[in-house]
Design a protein around this ligand. Sequence first.
Ligand code: NAD
Length: 489
Amino acid sequence: MEKKEVKSELIIERELDELRDSFRSGKTREASWRRSQLKQILSFLQDKEQDILHALQQDLSKHPAESFRDEIGTSIKSVNYALEGLNKWMSPNKAKMPLAAFPSTAEVVPEPLGLVLIISSWNFPFGLSLEPLIGAIASGNVVVLKPSELAPSSSSVLAKMVGTYLDKTAIRIMEGGSSVGELLLQQKWDKIFFTGSARVGRIVMLAAVKNLTPVILELGGKCPAVVDSLPCSNKKMAVKRILSGKFGVCAGQACLAIDYILTEKRFVSTLLEEMKVLLKEQYGDNPMETKSVARIINKQHFSRFEDLLHDPSIKDSIVHGGSFDKDGLFIEPTILIDPPLKSSIMTEEIFGPLLPIITLERIEDSVEFIKSRSNPLAIYAFTHDKTLQNRLINETSSGSLVFNDTIVQYAIDTVPFGGVGESGFGKYHGKFSFDAFTHEKVIVRRSYLIDFWFRYPPWDYKKMQLFKAGYRYDYLNIALIALGFKKSY
Ligand code: NAD
């Protein structure tokens, strides 16, 4: 066992040396290289659509429609967005110059960081690997991608993509579990982009310290949905969006999925009734047979849900669902009302199809409820109340705050995606993905045309007065002091 690990380490080191050589050759800096690799990802997504859908079916029993929406469609959109923006993103940006630097020009030149590591999660094995990969390629880096071992079919399709569609001299995939991850973390990287749990995020950060490697941590947490008593006119639509933000995204195995709902006591029965009607509409009379809810990733995670459901303290809270099929790794969309706040379901990230509803006397109490817990990746709020909206904006902190819908923020290229506090740090998507793997280098060009005599020693009182006026851009007084008409400023 030990021998194999040592060998793996040697192979990894050799492969990384090859990648560094490739980066040094300068080819990944070329816009043409970046463009060709991005187009190859597009070709992969188009040519291998069936293989991708099949892999997701095998790993998670995701319905092809859901898989296409969340993994292929979003990735196609992101590649196209990067191809469209690439020329502009790569262009240097001229800077405005202060008087102190006159006469000179300055610009910010985006340059690739070098060798970057992407470690991804299993719940959206394609999307969460390709989205950062698109950014790393667009910004001209050489890349190692380590997908999750828990979605082996998807990992193997990704490996084939890297092997056949992408430039192997610059982009490699290293499949495997935590042991491979640990070996990779021992290497020197120019950036580590990690998607996963806060537990492993801490391991990543500790490893990065050794070489002062910058990291981006895309983590999870408990995303609340505040549901105010809704007017009849949009109650149905709101509940559809709530259910889709839980059971409709990988059966709730999504970092952005609603973890729990906060609503008023007087509204909870109306909300529950509407949810039951729509669950029946969407998943049929026998939800155990539905093909529209993904399955739990593996037996280990399934046992976690069994433990949650068998917790005696929550037994009486289950108001809908609660059945499961261990062999089929399926858990029926399940709703609970007021499980104890100290129970595991309310203290740990659920990451599955169990949806607790916590009732409050007043919906305004949701603000304190959220504030007293870790910063979530997302907060959802279904309310028309402007005061409550403003309180949520001003008093809570989260990666994103979405009013009247769920998950949509993930698909908006023009806004950053990322967490805050326990839900991670750093951001990506769209141009932010390019920036995530870019160093903004400053180039200053000075002219010999003019030189201000007062910038050099020996220092005296007059020079100090000139600095004082200079930093205030007070041209009149600069002239007066320089010509001796004014002594002090
Ligand atoms: P995880 O932390 O167990 O694993 C993530 C990745 O890290 C996998 O590739 C895994 O092989 C690797 N890994 C595990 N142990 C490692 C180690 N010791 N050293 C190096 N690498 C190691 O997380 P997961 O189960 O894949 O994902 C679930 C978590 O991820 C949830 O908390 C969820 O909220 C979060 N998540 C966040 C986002 C986001 O975009 N913010 C997206 C998906 C999932």
